[in-house]
Design a protein around this ligand. Structure first.
Ligand code: DHB
Ligand code: FE
Length: 280
């Protein structure tokens, strides 16, 4: 049977991708950011899963306003990096596990999650930056990746609690897949940040650290943070944190925190990163 072994959450700032691609990770500004990922890079060398279900959002790179799916699962054989205005990032093509992706799609629909299927899509920094942070710059990614896109950019965005339910449904779907696979679920985005308007540059370390504190075993409080609270407390883009809830719910009831990192700033964002081991 397939098993969800661990979850990772991380911010997915585009400038982090640019720092990696342009050899600036040792710069004074960037070195403390990348130091927060050293532990995970070493851990994941011994704990590389067969498949990562990577929860991310597209930032109008591949999905424009013509169609805005709330939840969308990648079913293509592979996914090329998107050109976000400076050419596509020089990172490997993402290779899917279409057997598992197809199973999850079917199980989600049976579970009354009417998921959109992505058969042809390019993936932006929301998906590629976390892969670079964990795996560095290999010639190919060391595992298969199933993209799961959440709409956090256009109103109406889903609630945190709905994302939690989606994570729980993904857990059930993975655990009913007969192949013997290890699966990690990654949640991306956050932490507090606001890229536009009069409050641009907003960072709220108190909110962020409470979110990190509660993610292991006080999740009820997190499930019920409203979209308005994210907006007020964590800025317009703080809503990206609902993607961490998909990850957390997919791990089941009990988890152990293996690693945590919080740093301000990286570009306009408070960078948060956590690694959770699934105990159930
Ligand atoms: C930044 C952060 C994001 O999460 C994002 O998607 C785009 C930009 C930033 O801090 O610049
Ligand atoms: Fe983002």
């Amino acid at each position: 049977m397939a098993r969800i072994t661990a979850g990772i959450a991380t911010s997915h700032v585009p400038a982090i991708g640019a720092a990696i691609d342009n050899g600036k990770t040792g710069d004074e500004y960037w070195a403390p950011v990348f130091a927060g990922y050293d532990w995970t890079k070493e851990w994941i060398r011994d704990n590389t899963p067969d498949v990562v279900i990577l929860v991310y959002n597209d930032h109008a790179s591949a999905m424009m306003l013509d169609i805005v799916p709330t939840f969308a699962l990648g079913f293509a054989e592979e996914f090329e990096p998107a050109d976000e205005g400076w050419g596509a990032r020089p990172v490997p093509t993402v290779i899917n596990d279409t057997d598992l992706a197809g199973h999850i799609a079917e199980q989600l629909v049976i579970d009354e999650f009417d998921i959109t299927i992505m058969n042809d899509i390019k993936v932006d920094h929301g998906l590629t930056v976390p892969l670079s942070l964990m795996f560095g710059q290999p010639s190919e990614w060391p595992c298969k990746v199933i993209p799961l896109a959440i709409n956090v950019t256009q109103f109406p965005t889903p609630s945190g609690d709905r994302c939690w339910q989606l994570g729980a449904a993904i857990r059930d779907a993975v655990r009913s897949f007969p192949e013997d696979l290890t699966v990690q679920v990654w949640g991306t985005g956050g932490m507090s940040h606001q890229l536009q308007g009069p409050r641009a540059g907003l960072i709220n370390p108190e909110f962020d650290n409470a979110f990190l504190d509660n993610l292991t075993s006080h999740t009820t409080a997190l499930r019920h943070i409203t979209r308005l609270e994210y907006l007020r407390q964590a800025g317009t883009e703080g809503i990206e944190l609902i993607m961490w809830l998909v990850m957390r719910a997919a791990l089941g009831k009990s988890v152990e925190e293996l690693h945590r990192f919080y740093h301000v700033p990286a570009s306009n964002t408070a960078v948060g990163h956590i690694v959770l081991k699934a105990l159930d």
